[in-house]
Design a protein. Structure first.
Length: 91
């Protein structure tokens, strides 16, 4: 099932993607794998060596943090919208 994924600007530059891309998958993990197959650096930017989200990565499913749902195993429905953002830091 195709899912529209909004990509935050700091991540977008690294994977040479548009503001949003379409990806396939029934859950967040599958969508990330589909994106990584097209943009290999994506996975390195958002997932650690154990395949978990880095603490500074926020993934929103229809404006709700997936960490408060089932994490990367959160199931997607037709019409779902994902947003992937990197937390900004500095002072």
């Amino acid at each position: 099932m195709p899912v529209e994924v909004q990509i935050g600007s700091s991540l977008r530059r690294r994977i040479n993607a548009e503001r949003s891309i379409l990806a396939q998958g029934g859950n967040v993990r599958e969508v990330f794998e589909d994106i990584a197959s097209k943009y290999p650096e994506f996975k390195e930017q958002v997932l650690d060596e154990k395949g978990q989200l880095y603490p500074y990565v926020m993934v929103l499913l229809n404006d709700e943090d997936v960490r408060l749902l089932d994490g990367l195993d959160t199931k997607l429905e037709e019409g779902s919208s994902l947003a992937v953002l990197l937390a900004m830091s500095g002072g």
